[in-house]
Design a protein around this ligand. Structure first.
Ligand code: KG4
Ligand code: ZN
Length: 341
């Protein structure tokens, strides 16, 4: 018997829906990015995100079903991100999923967005062997997990302050590089000297497991705008110095992410590392992780860019796993801004 899962994602600034057959085949998928809407504000504005989700979700979903020539009776379950994320944004997806589940009389499945990012790696590389170590690194999270099996995620380390993606976004602002920060920093860094500024170890607290990205942010602020001017002070760097700062910042963040992940893989004796989340779209991180993992004999599962940034394929894949374990929710499903672990 084939299984068709509809996934819905609206936790931040991408509205997405996807249809996955048997956990393997993408039957339909759409992602509407709100990047252009939020650019004028220099960051994601929750109310703007909610409104855009409301406007885009149902028409996008309808169009996707039409193009895939799928009628509701062929769908086995509806999976939706219900945690963590911007609460209003989550509620748009959750309410839509509830409405569809009720109207079509289908099981409803709430999905943890972070587990879905990890599921994207499994989907992309089915040979990924359990247990493995996973790094989920996005605008909201910087977590290293020991993944024992599909349903057991042991949190080994996380950030003490900003998430890595958030740091990319804030530092890009400090360097007048615009929004979204990650891709802008990556581009600027290509022309910069990563050793120009000595920030390399500044994201690695002494405890050996966590991350911290607030110190380096202050370092960039002082370098870019001086010690006393604050964030609104004039930019003191020329184009080359901006590129050098971007490259040095990127090197420091990536060094921390790779060090913690590879150390965890070594300590746990796993053969595989998986990475996911928007920051995993960063080519420098992808390359460095492959190199460092290779040195300890580990393979790395890295989904393609479009499965690293937010999407609904990963929600439908994770939803499919829960469906197979009969982990259903009901119409009382709630949305949560945060999750523990
Ligand atoms: O997973 P995601 O799409 O949304 C969240 O769940 O947060 O991640 C978005 C984050 C943003 O902070 C963005 O700047 C960052 O991922 N990002 C990148 C790159 N592309 C996106 N960071 C570094 N380099 C990139 N190429
Ligand atoms: Zn995400």
């Amino acid at each position: 018997m084939t299984q068709l899962i509809l996934g819905i994602e609206s936790s931040c600034d991408e509205t997405a829906a996807a249809l996955i057959r048997d956990g393997r085949e993408v039957v339909g998928s759409f992602v509407a990015s709100q990047v252009d809407l939020h650019r004028q504000f220099g960051g994601v504005v929750p109310e703007v995100a909610c409104r855009a989700h409301m406007e885009c979700l149902m028409p996008g979903l309808d169009k996707m079903l039409g193009e895939a020539e799928v009628t509701p009776d062929a769908i086995d379950a509806i999976a939706v991100t219900n945690r963590p994320g911007l609460i209003g944004a989550l509620l748009v997806g959750v309410s839509a999923a509830k409405g569809l589940a009720f109207a079509w009389d289908k099981p409803l499945i709430g999905v943890n967005h972070i587990e879905a990012h990890i599921a994207a790696a499994r989907f992309h590389q089915p040979e990924l062997e359990m247990p493995f170590v996973a790094l989920v690194v996005s605008g909201g999270h910087t977590n290293v997990y020991y993944v024992k099996d599909e349903d057991t995620y042991e949190l080994l380390g996380s950030t003490r302050d900003d998430a890595a993606g958030e740091a990319f976004d804030k530092v890009a602002k400090l360097l007048d590089l615009g929004f979204p920060g990650g891709p802008r920093i990556e581009k600027a860094a290509q022309k910069g000297n990563p050793k120009a500024y000595h920030w390399k170890n500044s994201c690695l607290p002494d405890d050996g497991v966590s991350f911290s990205f607030s110190g380096i942010k202050t370092g960039v602020l002082y370098t870019a705008r001086g010690q006393n001017a604050g964030r609104k002070g004039p930019l003191l760097l020329n184009e080359q110095e901006v590129a050098d700062a971007a490259a040095s910042f990127q090197r420091a963040v990536v060094h921390a992410l790779v060090t913690r992940t590879v150390d965890a893989a070594k300590a746990r004796g796993v053969k595989w590392i998986a990475i996911g989340g928007g920051v995993a779209a960063n080519s420098y991180l992808r390359g460095r992780m492959q190199e460092a993992a290779g040195r300890i004999g580990c393979h790395v599962a890295i989904p393609p860019m479009n499965l690293c940034t937010d999407n609904a394929v990963m929600i439908a894949v994770r939803g499919g796993e829960l469906f197979r374990s009969a982990c259903y929710d009901d119409l009382a499903l709630e949305a949560f801004a945060r999750t523990v672990g």
